[in-house]
Design a protein around this ligand. Structure first.
Ligand code: ZN
Length: 66
């Protein structure tokens, strides 16, 4: 992703104003568990455009088994 670090630092979640983490294909808000898309290098910080973050360790979305 080509977002300069100084710009990244200004980016916060529009819902909770928490810090966002770079997920490679989007920006993750850990508090909301939402991923905001980045289109052509421009972060789209709209709650309506966000998608649910995949649960950590879930892999393909199937329930974890032991
Ligand atoms: Zn949030």
């Amino acid at each position: 992703m080509n977002i300069p670090p100084e710009v990244r630092a200004l980016l916060v979640c529009p819902v909770c104003e928490g810090e966002l983490e770079d997920r490679g294909d989007g920006l993750l808000c850990p508090a909301c568990q939402k991923v905001y898309p980045v289109l052509e290098g421009v972060p789209v910080l709209l709650p309506a455009r966000a998608r649910k973050a995949r649960p950590a360790g879930g892999g393909d979305g199937s329930p974890p088994r032991r």
